[in-house]
Ligand binder design. Structure first.
Ligand code: SF4
Length: 189
């Protein structure tokens, strides 16, 4: 589980103004999982494969059939990475909520199995590696999701996204450590 206390240390370029409130189960059916097609990294694919037998019984019957026949990774790519497959218009791992989220939460870490882009949403990095909260009218946001319209919530993103910001902080730390290690290896050569 991310360490929430460090979330506010992450530089997020629009955090002072961003508002956000997830209303899944309170009016929203989880539409980001219908339209999302998240990209997924090789290590995340490996983790899902290793635990797939636990997820399969929890999937929608159609989604389970698709995954068993064709796998959960589609042939499409974004930013060079493969995307999760959809079935009947929804992510194969969606079943009245994210199955990966549910299984992870039962084990004490809701982010354990979810792809990073899903876990971080709506926090992400721009092309300059700056963190920001996705909002209509900012960084050329094109996704017309209700929750990305800052006019639809007065809740500060700094509060509502503490877990996501803490996770972003962790990813930042890991990236810095990897860079430092690469530098050590390079200087030792
Ligand atoms: S992996 Fe989970 S959170 Fe991500 S799109 Fe699929 S169902 Fe939604």
């Amino acid at each position: 589980m991310p360490n929430d206390s460090r979330a506010t240390e992450l530089p997020v370029i629009n955090l002072h103004a961003a508002t956000y409130e997830c209303t899944f189960g309170r009016g929203c059916d989880g539409i980001c999982c219908r339209e999302g097609r998240p990209l997924i990294y090789a290590e995340e694919i490996a983790k899902l494969h290793a635990n797939l037998s636990r997820f399969l019984p929890l999937l929608r019957p159609r989604a389970r059939a698709v995954v068993e026949k064709r796998g959960f990774v589609s042939g499409r790519r974004r930013l060079g990475q493969p995307l999760l497959r959809i079935a009947d218009g929804w992510c194969v791992f969606f079943n009245s909520g994210c199955v990966l989220h549910r299984v992870g939460a039962e084990e004490g870490d809701k982010f354990r199995y979810k792809p990073a882009v899903c876990s971080l949403f709506p926090v992400q990095q721009n092309e300059h590696d700056q963190w920001y909260v996705r909002q209509h009218g900012f960084e050329n946001e094109k996704w017309d999701l209700f929750c990305l319209d800052p006019n639809n919530s007065a809740v500060s993103a700094a509060e509502s996204l503490r877990d996501e910001l803490a996770l972003a902080m962790r990813f930042d730390d890991e990236a810095r450590a990897a860079q430092a290690n690469a530098g050590d290896v390079g200087s030792a050569e």
